[in-house]
Design a binder for this molecule. Sequence first.
Ligand code: NAD
Length: 417
Amino acid sequence: MQSRQKSSHAENTNHFIVEALQHLEYPERLQKLLLTPEREVSVELAILRDNGEVATFDAYRVQHDNSRGPYKGGLRFHPDVDIDDVRSLASLMTWKTAVMDIPFGGAKGGVTVDPSTLSERELEILTRKLVQALRPILGTYEDIPAPDMNTGAREMAWIFDEYTKFEGFSPGIVTGKPVWLHGSLGREAATGRGTVFAVRELLRALGQGEIKGKSFVIQGFGNVGAWAAQILHEQGGRVVAVSDVHSAIHNEAGLDVPSLRAHLADRHPLSSYPGGSSLPKEAILNVECDVLIPAAIGGVITEHNAHDLRCKIVVEAANGPTTPGGDDILRKRGIVCLPDIYTNGGGVTVSFFEWVQNLQNFKWSEAEVNAKLDNVMTDAFANIWELHEQDGLHLRTAAFVKALQRVTRARVHRGFD
Ligand code: NAD
């Protein structure tokens, strides 16, 4: 899904980090230290395919920074995975865990493979080979993978099992596991739920009242978009339009989100939903609303279309939805933009909760998980907002500044010997 965003994603992330570094006026040596990954591992994985032939796949794990805690980040299976891509995503994880104040560092990994070309047995062997190859650098207190593009609870269960074979019972080696296999309640909805907490905090800070009665447009109706829509709807928000990769649907009075989800669960296309009028998917960004939530792919708000947005606020649930050119225009137009490294941090936050539960061999209730997520989202927002007000920074720069300060402080206080 995110393949086309990847090279620009790396450049865009660096653009925003450099902006924050300029504000901090850190010496060049420190900048280099903060931006350079601590370890990069490349391996080649060989598997025996169902037809008896041997196939090989490149795989990577980049550990960017562990000053604040064990490395943490997803594993993706995608034909476009390469070392540059993984490097930039690993760095982003360092800043995301820091801005959320979760005691983890940042890492990312991936296998260059189109998983749709492999059978389930082949995928399982590939995943197990990946664990065997990376085992020396993984660990419950060292580096903890998670799902990412084209990997999910199934792959995480295989990772848990394979690592456990070698190292003994280790549920905390990986997060995003099935709920019935040491996963956490609340993890599936966490990123969408966190996005709604983020919206609530931003509206409050801006003095714009509550979610109830506000209108929302959501691009992308997958895990993040659909959960955000559901929870906004439950809280009295009016979700006036949503889109997926094929089309968009609009209803000025507000879509009935539960019935829309049921419609899609029955494998009907979005465009055939009877409770709204169908739009071309490109039109989603131009629908008038209070809050626009990109929750699909990167690079969708650019210098070419940011002038046409008809929202007051952009809340970035997707990774990297706004390019630097698009961001400039939003700033000039006075459209407030809540950045991805904070908005979608609910996912890694509940991954942290899963890890904590695994270490304790204990299970929290869903209500407990959601309440703790609320606290983390609320505190992280308060820190970003404070910097925004004190230093007159845009919210994105404030988020990166906060993250860079936290990582630097940990590095400096641990010493350099
Ligand atoms: P998903 O695959 O479940 O859903 C993606 C949705 O976007 C689908 O509805 C798909 O049809 C739609 N989509 C794809 N291409 C599109 C396009 N060109 N135009 C419009 N819609 C398009 O993915 P997800 O897990 O919901 O992730 C969405 C975004 O959130 C991604 O950017 C992801 O990196 C980010 N994110 C997800 C999590 C998580 O916990 N799932 C955590 C952090 C960040």
